[in-house]
Design a protein around this ligand. Structure first.
Ligand code: GDG
Length: 735
């Protein structure tokens, strides 16, 4: 049976020594909970680091650790102290983390860390490869492992690979600054499904893929190395039940069961009528907007002094990455700000900020959530932010107000919160006031709506949706493409070609026999192509047809001396062996005078595009322009031209990065059918790569062996990956 392998930097467990005994405690974090069904169901395994370095493990202990993690269906990846230093603290946290959170000035690039990042990603990939069998699903988590999908795909292309990025994906303008931008994207594109928390991260990623790798993107699908990769957003939820149950249990607690913190909170709240508490919880990280929050709070106290001595900000900052200098500076700045403000505003009975720099047990977290009237969450960048969701979930009376930064992924879902820009102190101060004065019914109405959403889309649901989508991607992928031309198919083709029967072979030119070049005139035939066509043509009773969108003159230049049949302009003219060119369709061209200036205005406004004037058609080429601008212009051009061509026999034809305006009376299908009637053949082959060739695939007789270049939706029966594969196939047929 197929299984799922989850891969993350850390395994969802803690290992500790109790005397001589090894103790393994499963983690209770959100991700571990969400993935539990995926992991434990159907013999899944989880691959990651145990938290103990190679240096801490002697061979005996290592055996014990491996056995203990195996009991939890986990497999350990061995990391040395140096690995950890350069891959985790180094490249992941000092390079990728700031880069992806828009802190370019913090982004360090150190080649040694990069090399180690690659090597460690390879260690993870090797462990996956050692444990995976064909048909398994692999789900790679987060930015520490961006290269793993491609490393696994390269060795086992039949595995379905999913990748989820838990942090933002930055805009192209930020991402492009990074020296290894290509390598990172290519690493991720080893996956079949790439997930982000929000649509914004998804579109930033697609934009980078289009611009940096020049890949074809249709809606949210990327075509890469003849695979189709789906990119989608899956906003991660929380373990709703766990937080709700914990809050309900908290409500039931008698005085004697209360924690010390809870007692202090109660004392404060009961101190005076109208006293309120504002809560913030985050890892001490520069992305979380901690200094901004404190400064905005100070501004609030000054702007609305009537709240002094009535409200308190409780700030829990959990120590994190404290060996990185920026984190040390942040800690210092926070300490100073809190000190200054408490010094400035405190009275004998009141301090405005209660500041905890430590982690608290889960129970205390619930104390804080349930006792606070307002949650003030102000990250400057945050992939999702689960704290905001947890606060909402613990509000059993549906009161309380969430103030949330619009820079947190969670803000996309939590519309009923008071959304703020974390750089706008005025807005934050006013929102704090609004929250403190918000009437209960309004609080409840907002909270009700927020809770309903979070209850529906829990972390379990998130994991399920991702896995469903991963299974779906594979199915869709197999259903839209033709069958790959395998050895046995090619042998069957060979038999036909070698027989005495009559054969007709249609060959498209650009994108089929030669690769695209920046300028159409650069894509000339080379000697290898001439030779292989010549060889193929020696087969008995075989007619070769080059059927192209190119004009008569070009085809004459390139193939005039050959004995092949030539069809130009998608089927306007034809030349049979030893004969002159003749026109298949009599076409008017007077429309060109009117359309050409229209296209030229688009060329002027769209650098990198050009108009090709053919005898019977006009083609707007956009291969060398910015992809997104081209998409926009295409819509405009289509709109302008559609009204222009209504009531004419003109049509718009979309090729590979080209839009062509031509008569609807011509297409390759009509021309090819005409040739089939004129030269009835026992075997027919047709090769092509784009939409213009689809007419041919569609209209040729059923028995035709049609072969498409590239994995795209097609009417062809077979596909091959690249021009080089067409050439090698034709060579085989010629031998
Ligand atoms: C990354 C992304 C994305 C916090 N303090 C204590 C404590 N916590 C728990 C919270 C919450 C979790 O830690 C923090 O999660 P966040 O989502 O808020 O932030 P990051 O750690 O930065 O997580 C983030 C997330 O990945 C998931 O994809 O949302 O954007 O940056 O669950 O409850 N737990 C305990 N004591 C504490 O003192 N027990």
């Amino acid at each position: 049976m197929n299984k799922t392998i989850i891969v993350s930097n850390r395994l969802p467990l803690q290992i500790s020594m109790e005397g001589e005994q090894l103790k393994v405690t499963p983690s209770v974090g959100g991700l571990a909970t969400g993935l539990k069904t995926v992991h434990k169901g159907g013999n899944g395994i989880w691959i990651g680091w145990t938290g103990m370095t190679e240096e801490e493990l002697d061979p005996e202990l290592e055996t014990k650790v491996n056995a203990a993690v195996a009991k939890e269906q986990c497999v350990a990846v061995k990391l040395s102290e140096r690995d950890l230093d350069l891959y985790y603290y180094g490249f992941s946290n000092r390079t990728l983390w700031p880069l992806f959170h828009y802190f370019i000035e913090y982004t360090e690039y150190d080649p040694e860390s990069w090399e180690t990042y690659k090597a460690v990603n390879q260690k993870f990939a090797d462990q996956v490869l050692a444990n995976a069998e064909d048909g398994d699903n692999i789900w790679v988590q987060d930015y520490q492992l961006l290269l793993v999908p491609a490393m696994v795909k390269a060795k086992k292309p039949n595995l379905s690979i999913g990748f989820f990025n838990h942090i933002p994906f930055p805009s192209y303008e930020i991402f492009r600054t990074f020296p290894k931008r290509k390598e990172l994207l290519e690493g991720m594109l080893g996956a079949d499904l790439i997930g982000f928390h929000t649509y914004d991260y998804e579109r930033h990623f697609l934009s980078s893929v289009k611009r940096i790798l020049s890949l074809e993107v249709n809606f949210n699908r990327v075509t890469y190395h003849n695979r189709i990769i789906k990119v989608d957003s899956f906003p991660m939820g929380i373990d709703y039940e766990k937080f709700e149950q914990a809050a309900l249990a908290h409500d039931e607690k008698g005085e004697s069961e209360k924690s010390e913190i809870q007692k202090r909170l109660d004392q404060h709240l009961q101190h005076e009528e109208g006293v309120k508490m504002i809560l913030s919880i985050d890892r001490m990280d520069y992305t979380k907007g901690i200094p901004n929050r404190i400064k905005a709070f100070e501004y609030f106290l000054k702007k609305y002094p009537e709240f002094q001595e009535k409200i308190r900000l409780i700030m829990l900052a959990v120590p994190s990455r404290s060996q990185v200098p920026q984190y040390q500076r942040l800690k210092q700045e926070t300490d100073e700000l809190v000190g200054r403000i408490n010094g400035e505003f405190s009275t004998v009975s009141w301090t405005p900020i209660w500041y905890f720099y430590r982690a608290l047990p889960f129970e205390n977290l619930i104390d804080l959530y349930t006792s606070s009237d307002v949650a003030l969450i102000t990250p400057v960048r945050d992939g999702m932010n689960l704290v905001a969701k947890e606060y909402v979930t613990t509000r059993t009376q549906k009161d309380g107000v969430l103030i949330l930064s619009e820079m947190a992924g969670a803000s996309k879902e939590l519309n009923e919160a008071l959304l703020i820009n974390p750089f706008n102190y005025e807005e934050i101060a006013d929102s704090i006031k609004q929250a403190l004065e918000m009437p209960k019914p309004e609080q409840q109405e907002r909270m009700q709506a927020l809770q309903e959403r979070l209850k529906r889309y829990t972390v379990k649901k998130w994991a399920q949706e991702f896995m469903n989508s991963l299974n779906q991607v594979h199915k869709v992928y197999h259903s839209i493409k033709a069958k790959k031309a395998e050895k046995s198919d090619i042998e069957a083709f060979q038999k036909k070609v070698n027989s005495e029967d009559s054969k007709l072979i249609f060959l498209d030119y650009d994108g089929t026999l030669v690769n695209f070049k920046n300028q159409p005139e650069e894509a000339k035939p080379d000697q290898e192509l001439y030779d292989l066509l010549k060889q193929l043509h020696t087969k008995p009773n075989l007619k070769l047809v080059i059927i192209s969108g190119r004009d008569k003159e070009t085809l004459n230049n390139w193939f005039g001396q050959t004995p092949y049949t030539l069809v130009s302009d998608h089927g306007v003219s034809m030349r049979l062996e030893g004969e002159d060119w003749k026109t298949l369709e009599v076409l008017k061209t007077d429309w060109m005078e009117d359309v050409l200036p229209v296209l030229e205005t688009f060329v002027d406004r769209t650098p990198g595009t050009l108009v090709e004037k053919k005898k019977f058609s006009l083609a707007w080429h956009y291969r060398n322009t910015d992809v997104e601008l081209a998409q926009k212009r295409l819509v405009e051009i289509r709109t302008v031209l559609t009204s222009f061509i209504s009531n004419t026999d003109l049509t718009l034809l979309e090729g590979n990065k080209v839009l062509e305006i031509k008569s609807s009376k011509v297409n390759k299908g009509r021309a090819a059918s005409q040739l089939v009637n004129q030269f009835p053949s026992q075997h027919i082959f047709a090769f092509g790569d784009d939409w213009t060739d689809e007419f041919m695939f569609e209209e040729l007789p059923e028995k035709t062996e049609s072969i498409k270049v590239g994995v795209r939706k097609t009417k062809a029966k077979y596909y091959v990956n690249r021009v080089e594969d067409v050439r090698s196939l034709l060579k085989t047929l010629g031998n």
